[in-house]
Design a protein around this ligand. Structure first.
Ligand code: NDP
Ligand code: GUE
Length: 280
């Protein structure tokens, strides 16, 4: 059994991005810029945004940290997003989700210019993904693929099961696995016999948000298990997979924390550099 070290792989990716940013700047271009937009004062979201800004600084991407009050209106957010769309120093824009309840996150996301959509969540980016055309892909799904790639997991003809079908995670992961020639099943809350479906998986991705939903004996012997879930259980961060029992059967598995999470941030940096290059 191999434990996937997400922190170490994320560090490798960040080192690569730092070198590529340095080359880009040395060639006479402006440093790429990432604008994060946080509406309200949700503590967890503030931590995530803070991590993203720190990661930018580390690779010499310019960070623009925008905070709007919890009572900001739809027009306030749209106005800021439009300003950022027009600002040549801003290569990428990330609207932290979810916003306060009175705002519609997916609808506001649509205001982001497709070329600056480093989260890969606008309908244009989604369309490009599903047509396998060049574009910006969502960061967490990219991070999952990077982990599989760096561990040489053969996806050709592999049985992949993704549990979860959200626009942010489940659906785009399924699309990327399909493009990599896996045979993909996307399971969700209405899926019958979820345990049996999971047992088929050579590659099992859990993106649900229910602590320890996926039991150890649902894991096929030797499978690669990617746990995207981030759940608080008894004050501790834990995944969607019952790790202690799954580890007995998996060939390869991500821990939570220290698995997919760090890759999400690293892929955001890579996307920001890509956006800057595509805009030049
Ligand atoms: N590591 C990282 O970087 C990131 C981690 N996350 C984490 O990933 C998890 C998923 O996030 P997200 O996709 O946004 O969550 P959503 O709540 O948007 O989607 C959850 C999905 O899981 C399905 N589901 C819910 N309950 C069950 C069940 N009992 N059995 C089978 N399927 C079920 C839902 O099905 P249905 O569609 O039928 O309702 C839905 O498709 C969360 O824990 C989140 O915190 C999210 C983003 C990044
Ligand atoms: N527009 C938008 N884009 C996102 O990508 C987005 C979002 N909104 N809203 C919320 C989710 C969640 N998310 C995480 C990113 C990194 C970690 C992460 O770095 N986790 C670390 C440490 C976590 C900790 O210790 O608290 C780990 O797993 O090791 C977790 C979760 C991005 N999201």
């Amino acid at each position: 059994m191999t434990l996937i070290d997400g922190k170490a792989i994320a560090q490798q990716v960040r080192n690569e991005v730092r070198e590529q940013v340095a080359e880009w700047v040395a060639a006479g271009h402006d440093a790429p810029g990432l604008a994060t937009v946080l509406v309200g004062d949700d503590a967890a979201s503030a931590v995530y945004v803070g991590n993203k800004q720190k990661a930018c600084a580390e690779v010499a991407i310019q960070g623009f940290d925008h905070r709007l009050p919890v009572d900001a209106t739809e027009d306030d957010v749209k106005r800021l997003l439009h300003e950022l769309n027009a600002d040549p120093k801003v290569s990428g824009i990330l609207l932290q989700l979810p916003p306060p309840k009175h705002l519609d996150g997916p609808k506001l996301t649509e205001e982001i210019a497709p070329g600056k959509d480093v989260d890969g969540l606008t309908p244009i980016s989604t369309g490009l993904l599903h047509k396998n055309l060049p574009g910006l892909r969502p960061c967490t799904p990219l991070g999952c693929m990077e982990l599989l790639k760096r561990h040489d997991v053969d996806l050709q003809g592999a049985e992949a099961v993704v549990v979860g079908r959200s626009d942010l995670v489940g659906k785009p992961i399924s699309a990327l696995l399909l493009q990599a020639n896996a045979t993909v099943t996307t399971a969700h809350s209405r899926t019958r016999d979820l345990d049996e479906v999971c047992r088929r998986a050579d590659v099992l991705v859990a993106a649900v948000g229910v602590a320890h939903l996926i039991k150890g004996d649902w894991v096929k012997e030797g499978a690669a298990v990617i746990d995207v879930g981030m759940n608080r259980l008894d004050g501790k961060l834990t995944g969607d997979v019952e790790f202690d029992s799954a580890v007995e059967r998996a060939g390869l598995i991500t821990p939570v924390p220290g698995g997919v999470g760090p890759l999400t941030v690293a892929m955001l940096l890579r996307n920001t550099l890509q956006a800057a290059k595509d805009a030049a």
